[in-house]
Write a protein that binds this ligand. Sequence first.
Ligand SMILES: NC(=O)c1ccc[n+]([C@@H]2O[C@H](COP(=O)([O-])OP(=O)(O)OC[C@H]3O[C@@H](n4cnc5c(N)ncnc54)[C@H](O)[C@@H]3O)[C@@H](O)[C@H]2O)c1
Length: 237
Amino acid sequence: MDKVCAIFGGSRGIGRAVAQLLARKGYQLAIIARNMDVAKAAAGELGGNHLAFSCDVAKEHDVQNTFEEMEKHLGRVNFLVNAAGINRDSLLVRTKTEDMISQLHTNLLGSMLTCKAAVKTMIQQQGGSIVNVGSIVGLKGNSGQSVYSASKGGLVGFSRALAKEVARKKIRVNVVAPGFIRTDMTKDLKEEHLKKNIPLGRFGEPTEVAHAVVFLLETPYITGHVLVVDGGLQLVI
Ligand SMILES: NC(=O)c1ccc[n+]([C@@H]2O[C@H](COP(=O)([O-])OP(=O)(O)OC[C@H]3O[C@@H](n4cnc5c(N)ncnc54)[C@H](O)[C@@H]3O)[C@@H](O)[C@H]2O)c1
């Protein structure tokens, strides 16, 4: 069977690193971003016949439409990576409701919607594999990130429940929970200061998370697992 993988948030950062790894392994990829030009540039960079799609994961209509288009142009998706995500750091008392909603919609509802669409097509194919990108703060919590932590913690609960729900359909659902990774999301953080708290003494690279994502995508006897990729940070926080 062809390996067709949809990567939401595949145009940059961790999603892009996953795309680069899977392209080298011969997967047929759908690179999905909100902006079509950005998605096209990222898909083009990979070489081969990978396709670009535009989609806001927080919008159900966009997600449904994207799955229909992917099936039309690539065939049925049997691998899914949810790497789209946003964070709006602030203390809860200062967090605007609209920022709560946008984080929950993008990070949690968005993955629920893409998983729902993917599971429907994976059931028809009698199998599939999903990796959702969570965060170490979804397990440990972090001051100034209560809403982001909730969205990522919710993603763990959702993924583990879904793993149970679809296991008999030969569909696996796992989570990768990164610590500090060097991407646009962390570019304004003070790495020199923060890295002192990380046992391995540095931020991670997107490709190091990508290897963990691909491991979970491809390892047939693992489901409902949360794989932490954090340079040992969870040991000390
Ligand atoms: N960088 C880190 O330190 C770190 C740590 C833990 C978890 N994560 C998670 O890893 C994932 C990837 O983040 P990254 O570090 O590569 O950051 P990034 O900002 O480079 O990438 C985020 C991606 O999500 C996309 N996106 C955002 N909102 C979207 C929406 N509504 N619809 C579709 N796409 C949308 C962006 O366009 C971008 O491609 C995110 O879920 C993030 O929460 C990152």
